[in-house]
Design a protein around this ligand. Structure first.
Ligand code: NI
Length: 138
């Protein structure tokens, strides 16, 4: 059996409460099992779509526009991206929150790299990448 490691995580009370409620509803007996599944899924998703195949990526970013220069930083990253940025949609969700949806094209590796950097940018509260391709193998 693999050796187990313990680690501490700091997060806001309301976020933890919402997480516990959510995993409880799914039938998880404890947080560890839910977090293990999340980590496994994270690693599997990282594997999917790796390589030099041309893919289309749809990146969503949720952030608070009051975060210092964040809009400019995200725009700058798109200008300098190593993939083709085909479209960018900005929606002002409410007084402070913005949703940006960016469509990019490039190799799977590059699309994942660019999306990873955008999503990891300080101030981005939630980010997702969906990849697809027209190169469907029959
Ligand atoms: Ni906005």
């Amino acid at each position: 059996m693999a050796q187990l490691s313990r680690f501490g995580v700091s997060l806001e009370d309301d976020l933890l409460e919402a997480f516990d409620k959510s995993i409880g509803g799914q039938g998880y007996q404890n947080r560890s099992e839910a977090i293990r599944d999340l980590i496994r899924d994270h690693l599997i998703q990282k594997k999917v779509g790796k390589g030099n195949e041309e893919v289309v990526g749809v990146i969503s970013l949720l952030y608070d526009h009051r975060t210092h220069h964040l809009g400019d930083v995200l725009a700058d990253m798109q200008h300098k991206a190593s993939v083709a940025v085909n479209a960018s949609l900005h929606i002002h969700l409410d007084v402070h929150n913005c949703l940006e949806v960016i469509v990019v094209r490039g190799t799977a590796d590059k699309v994942h790299e660019v999306a990873g950097k955008l999503i990891a940018t300080k101030g981005v509260q939630n980010g997702r990448l969906i990849t697809t391709t027209t190169e469907i193998k029959h």
